[in-house]
Design a protein around this ligand. Sequence first.
Ligand SMILES: O=C(O)CCC(=O)C(=O)O
Ligand SMILES: [Fe+2]
Length: 338
Amino acid sequence: MTQQHPTALPVIDLSLADGTPADRARLHDGLRAAATGVGFFQLTGHGVTPAETAALTSAMRAFFALPEADRLAISNLNSPHFRGYTRTGDEHTAGRRDWRDQLDIGPELPPHVPAPDEPAYWWLEGPNQWPAALPELRAAALHWIDRLDGVARRLLHELLASIGARPDFYDDAFSPHPHLHLKLVRYPGSAPAGPPQGVGTHKDYGFVTLLLQDSVGGLQVERPDGTFLDVPPLEGAFVVNLGELLEVATDGYLKATSHRVVSPPGARERFSVPFFYNPRLDAHIAPLDFPHARHAPGITRDPSNPLHADFGFNELKGYARAHPAVTRRHHAELLPQG
Ligand SMILES: O=C(O)CCC(=O)C(=O)O
Ligand SMILES: [Fe+2]
């Protein structure tokens, strides 16, 4: 029963992976308990330094301090690839607008306009948009993606090992071009009217998310009984949550964890940086071979949020839904008919 009502998030030290067999056993016990329990944990011992973090967060704050016209110059409305800046109120989750603005960044690749016989998710591949006035943002963000790619890969290996699977089971799904995704996010305080929805309740679309949050708080994880648990800021730690592909991979033995952000009160700002550890767009997530596979309960069946084993479709589902103005402008064929 205690698992139904977790009251605190586990803290997992990834550096135990380099320790003695007893350290590694402790790491795996902790990871397994966190992944099969609350589905969220704080990750320490990841090796990313305070200086690397400061380079990213200071460039991010400088970006959000630019005049609005400079931010809108790289609006994602310009991009059929869903890259660039979304102004506050334009993103939607669970059918309501989110009170946050953000910059979406992905692998730096040429535009991929899908050929008639190619799936529409190839639209998600394309160039980023960067603010001309802030060259250091591009450098810091691309460095962060590279660094967190390594941390997330290690973490996924240890997580798979912790449930008795081969650590490298999904390595091919990430090669040669994983669709890693970074968001720089600002919550500008509470909306003038309506609910305090920083971002509405949702699940992330990939394997795992590594989130850097500042000291303000507001992130909450949904428990199995529908109540929410605060994810308090922990200096130097990444908040990790499981995404939909792990639920698909394990046939529901692991669950993608629903979460939301409650807007900070008044005019207080909050900043966060989610990094989504995703495979390549055309990866098909085969069922994981692991000891509990035959006893897994099955994935969540929600007609409003189907889980796709083809990652590209899972990601496109999310982006088309979250950014209706981009979808209307560039991808009317993806909108529900009628
Ligand atoms: O800002 C946060 O703390 C969480 C953001 C989030 O869940 C997301 O962008 O998917
Ligand atoms: Fe999320």
